[in-house]
Design a protein around this ligand. Structure first.
Ligand code: CA
Length: 228
């Protein structure tokens, strides 16, 4: 098991590395987000332990950048602040779990094991099977969507087709007619309102705030545009 540790604090980093190595994990340790992103693009890890308070790019920004790049590796965020907003920010940025400092090594190890257990089976998914849509990860073969908060939702055939169509056309204004043709094809006779209803549902899963969409944008009088 290969773990990427991103922590600028020498003492905490040393402790975490020591304890995890003793458990048999192979640790790569970087002290800032830039180096961590380079490592993530170059190599595959089973888990990322990411400190929020980093010099330069914060842990939140690093997590978001990693997810935008398509990194699906579970992220366990380490935060020095025990307030709700910090936790919400961490989860919204794509973290799977968080741990507040100072933490107990036994708890860290338990959470590392839990994250790795949960992600096993989805990590080896080839890229054409797994797509990222906004904050969500979608396994198209299993027709399952995982939100940024780790909840899974099963997708209908039509929902999966809509996810695939949006994810494969980033930045393009897609008309409702385009979407109807691609997703529903010759099936029955759905109305353009059907498209809107599907989009409303998807937004609840892929947007940090469905009322203020950042990923599935409305193109007035036309349709929708997906922005990763
Ligand atoms: Ca720090």
């Amino acid at each position: 098991m290969r773990l990427l540790l991103v922590e600028d604090d020498q003492l905490i980093g040393t402790m975490v590395r020591l304890n995890l190595s003793q458990e048999g994990y192979e640790i790569t340790w970087h002290k800032n987000g830039e180096d961590a992103l380079v490592a993530l693009k170059a190599s595959r890890y089973d888990l990322i332990l990411l400190d929020i308070g980093l010099p330069g790019r914060s842990g939140i920004e690093t997590a978001r950048a990693a997810r935008n790049y398509g990194v699906g590796t579970p992220i366990l965020m380490l935060t020095a602040r025990d307030d709700v907003q910090s936790k919400v920010n961490a989860l919204d940025a794509g973290a799977d779990d968080y741990l507040t400092k100072p933490f107990d090594m036994a708890e860290l190890l338990a959470r590392v094991r839990a994250q790795i257990r949960r992600s096993q089976g989805t990590l080896e998914v080839p890229t054409d099977r797994e797509v990222t849509l906004g904050e969500a990860r979608v396994d198209l073969e299993r027709r399952a969507l995982q939100t940024a908060h780790g909840e899974w939702h099963e997708l209908s055939d039509k929902e999966a087709a809509l996810v695939r169509f949006l994810a494969r056309n980033p930045g393009r204004a897609l008309s409702r007619a385009d979407i109807l043709e691609e997703v529903w094809g010759m099936d029955a006779s759905p109305t353009e309102r059907t498209v809107d209803n599907f989009i409303v549902r998807l937004r609840r899963w892929v947007e940090p705030d469905p009322e203020q969409p950042r990923h599935i944008l409305t193109v007035r009088g036309w349709g929708y545009r997906y922005e990763p």
